[in-house]
Design a binder for this molecule. Sequence first.
Ligand code: ADP
Ligand code: ASP
Ligand code: MG
Length: 483
Amino acid sequence: MPNTKQTLVMKFGGTSVGSADALIKAGQIIKEARAQYPRLTVITSAMSGVTDLLLKSATLAAQGNVDSLPDTESTLREKHFSAANALIRDEKHCESTKLEISGLIQTLVDLCRAIAVLGEASPRAMDAVASLGERMSVRLLAAVVESTGIRAKAIESSEFVVTNSHFQSANPDFQATAEKARQCLNPLFEAGIVAITTGFIGATPDGVITTLGRGGSDYSAGIIGSVLPADEVWIWTDVDGVMTADPRLVASARTLPEISYSEIAELAYYGAKVLHPKTIRPLVEAGIGLRICNTFNPSHPGTHLVSNGHSNGKGNKADKVVKAVTAIRKQKLVTIEGRGMLGVPGVAARAFGAVASTGTSVPLITQASSEQSICFAIPSEAADHVLASLQKNFAVELSERDIDRVWATDEVAIITAVGYGTRNTPGIAGQIFGKLGEREINVLAIAHGSSDVSISMVVETEDTENAVKALHELIVESTQVNI
Ligand code: ADP
Ligand code: ASP
Ligand code: MG
């Protein structure tokens, strides 16, 4: 059957463009996709490790330390230049690409020196630094693709992804982005050119560079895919697709051929690094297909995202519900407790207002009966700030002993079991807690019921791996039942 689809957006992650070998594979994948899709946009991450290195340089510079800058410069040069030398056949093109990358490395040095003089790195400065990784890799990838005989052009997404000025976690303006993206990209498609663009970055309406948050290149694929609009979005990474657990934690984790949008949203939100959680919404709303596949194993079909409710057509039996397990570390549980809260309306609203005023989001909430205590999780780095805000907001209640204390635990982890039917299938909670009990894992808090797609529980950090493995056994066992 002829391919009636025209527009494809593909995103390559850091490992997928992280070396000359990886770039050859990415180039080949792009060439094959170009043969099927006349309107092709390729989004690239920075080469693996580069964003971390850039941010570390800026953080050190803010402490007045620029001693490691020369090493950083040579690491960046070596990483990009060795791939350029190996893959860009035309000597002139190779030299001009390296010259542009050198210019960006010089920008890093200039920015870090300025940060060192100021003694601080504002979020805006951090974004200027962080964006350099994608700005380098996009030039390299475009040149590599051209070397395979495909017409390609590097274009920085700051030219058409318009965001607010919430630096380090900017939100896109979809309407402005749609207009600009079509203006920038359609002429390239019409001229038969593949657009190679940067993930992760955008710009304010005034043209100041912003980033979408760590791991945000996936989100770029969601944004660009939805505004063009694309027929499909394919995310190329270093595993065969979405797996039943992080393969670094569970060796027996398997690739899921299909997963629903709600399930992947829950997995991504609760720590599965394979997809940035914000990627999904724009694609679901625009009805665009999403596939996650492996640059290093391109013949594997990967994972296809399917509409909600279709991914687990096997009925509501407890042994078939849990589909994947994930963990998110570096959290703290905050508890507000006191008998004086009993029946007093508005305590929760004030508590979450106080948390929100610190810009912290809350991944999990539980409340004991009669409002004697409210307990919720927050990222541990926000704990001091959140506790101070709560203490300030409840100063009167604390002094009058209506609230006894507001406190945070040591670092904990949230473990989440994902799969349709976690709320409405009898026996699921029993199975989960049975598994954790067998391994003597203590559960500090539970969130269950607000979603039919997940159950989350909080455990001590040292129990993280054990808990994920324990719950993963439920999936393995259910697979055995199915065979
Ligand atoms: P990229 O650079 O391609 O964006 P990431 O490192 O951000 O790649 O995400 C891919 C990694 O996510 C995998 O190598 C894997 O270790 C990790 N991961 C965590 N949970 C899962 C999961 N459930 N399925 C697949 N990969 C997962
Ligand atoms: N390079 C950015 C990061 O490391 C964005 C991405 O790779 O998705 O966070
Ligand atoms: Mg990623």
